[in-house]
Design a protein around this ligand. Structure first.
Ligand SMILES: *Cc1c(COP(=O)(O)O)cnc(C)c1O
Length: 462
């Protein structure tokens, strides 16, 4: 260790990469070499004379270690709001607002009018109320937090009535019954998986009932012989018994998406108009903003939620608020929303436009894959993602890459191909289906950059 550390090129490496990283990398090199010798390799093969190879080896390891772990990728999976790839892409207005908020002090909890302490929700509350028709609104870390906080505030140690058909799991970690437990509320399941009636709710309302909850079945659809109770009826029932109705909208939309040719998604305003006392929804699903959860509804209930100590633990920072406020501003111009809100622009891209991108890519892709695979432009269907509108698909187009090797070895070839694209400077993530690697081009807006890095695909990848 000491002898390697004393080599003449080491100070320059420390200067470029930092002392602790250089030490770490030297240690890793030595331990690998030591192991190779223990495993029986010849010493002068493992450790040749001279120091040039040591410098080259260390430099390569350091360059790999210096690449940030969180990186930009091309999302060509066909799922627009991909949870594992960070969901909504944000418009330039939000990026600018975030940069400003990061660089400077801001009036996060400071009322400029009076000089008194302010509330951080104030920066988005008016906009949220304007867009949803709610009296008040508050923002927390994500929608799971919003549901947890609303349940805990409204019904701790009391009963919450939910239809059996709505006890959802969204990704492994969000299961409605588990959130209820964490919120210390008692779940009262009513109805059956496929059918729940008003009388089921009614019979379940006892002295300890504190809330009726309705949960949007985001990531699945129950079809066939089904029945569920409309929000307006549930609201009337809840209010007859002097308890509130909470609607977890999941994605939720702030505008009617059918005006942009998209499938219908419930809006926050519809639930508020139907009589819901509180609604919760994500900011980074169809809304197209940063990760956050919104609770909107009655002013007295929101006031209680703000006083819950959990709110302090789940609150958002100035960066999230800056981005959210900028995105919500765009909603003031619904006629321009499609052009300005990135998520909406991607979701509404017509197939013809996506196909045109595909056609422009084909020659470069064929050249890059050099006969190792065939490339074809194919029709496909994109998903909205994040549990939004699970059964609705958007007509799209993809380049499908099929390895030339058929039969045995084709699976391995496909895996190698997938990996080669993931190892590019801006990793490309697609989806494997029918023995081919599919790149749905709906979310490809920077085709030139995509093409420029194709030359780096290793030869014989496929
Ligand atoms: C997505 C979703 C959640 C969780 O929202 P996050 O913002 O991911 O925490 C909760 N409920 C429903 C119905 C959802 O669709």
């Amino acid at each position: 260790m000491d002898r390697v550390s004393a080599l003449s090129f080491v100070p320059a490496l420390i200067d470029a990469f930092g002392r602790s990283t250089v030490n770490e990398v030297i240690r890793a090199l030595l331990s690998e070499k030591r192991q190779a010798i223990l495993d029986g390799a010849a010493v002068d093969a493992v450790w040749p004379s001279g120091e040039r190879w040591i410098e080259a080896d260390l430099r390569q390891r350091l360059e790999i270690a210096a690449v940030p772990r969180l990186r930009r990728v091309f999302n060509l999976t066909g799922t627009v709001l991909h949870t594992n790839l960070g969901r909504a892409l944000m418009p330039e207005e939000a990026v600018q607002a975030v940069a400003n908020a990061m660089r400077s002090a801001v009036n996060l909890e400071f009322d400029l009018e009076t000089g008194a302490r302010g509330d951080r929700d104030a920066h988005v509350e008016d906009l949220l109320c304007e867009m949803s028709g709610a009296q008040a609104a508050t923002v927390v870390n994500n929608n799971a937090a919003a549901v947890l906080l609303a349940l805990n505030t409204m019904a701790a140690r009391k009963e919450v009535i939910v239809s059996r058909g709505e006890l959802i799991e969204i990704g492994g970690a969000f299961r409605m019954p588990d959130i209820m437990t964490q919120a210390t509320v008692k779940l009262i399941e009513v109805g059956t998986t496929n059918r729940t009636h008003l009388r089921d709710y009614e019979q379940a309302i006892g002295a300890r009932a504190a809330l009726i909850a309705k949960v949007h079945t985001s990531n699945y659809a129950i079809q066939g012989f089904t029945a569920q109770v409309a929000e307006a009826e549930l609201a009337q029932l809840a209010h007859r018994h002097s308890i509130p109705l909470l609607v977890d909208l999941g994605s939720g939309a702030l505008v009617d998406l059918t005006q942009y040719g998209l499938p219908k998604e419930a809006t926050a305003r519809e639930s508020i108009d139907a009589g819901a006392d509180l609604v919760t929804f994500s900011a980074d699903k169809l809304l197209g903003g940063p990760q956050a959860g919104i609770i909107a509804g009655r002013v007295d209930l929101i006031a209680r939620i703000r006083k819950n100590p959990l709110k302090r633990a789940l609150r958002v920072d100035k960066i999230t608020l800056a981005a959210l406020a900028a995105v919500l501003q765009l909603y003031r111009h619904p006629e321009r929303l499609r052009a300005r809100l990135t998520t909406l622009r991607l979701l509404t891209r017509p197939r013809s436009e996506i196909e045109a991108i595909g056609r422009s890519l084909l020659p470069a892709m064929e050249r890059a894959l050099a006969g190792g695979a065939t490339v074809a432009l194919r029709e496909c269907q994109s998903q909205i993602g994040s549990g939004s509108l699970p059964v609705d698909l958007l007509p799209s187009a993809a380049v499908a890459i099929t390895p030339a090797i058929k039969g045995r070895g084709s699976g391995t070839a496909l895996k190698a191909l997938e990996r080669a694209f993931r190892m590019l400077p801006v990793p490309v993530v697609g989806r494997v289906s029918d023995g081919a690697l599919w790149f749905d081009l709906r979310c490809l807006e920077d085709a030139d950059e995509f093409v420029a890095q194709l030359a780096r695909l290793p030869g014989g990848t496929s």
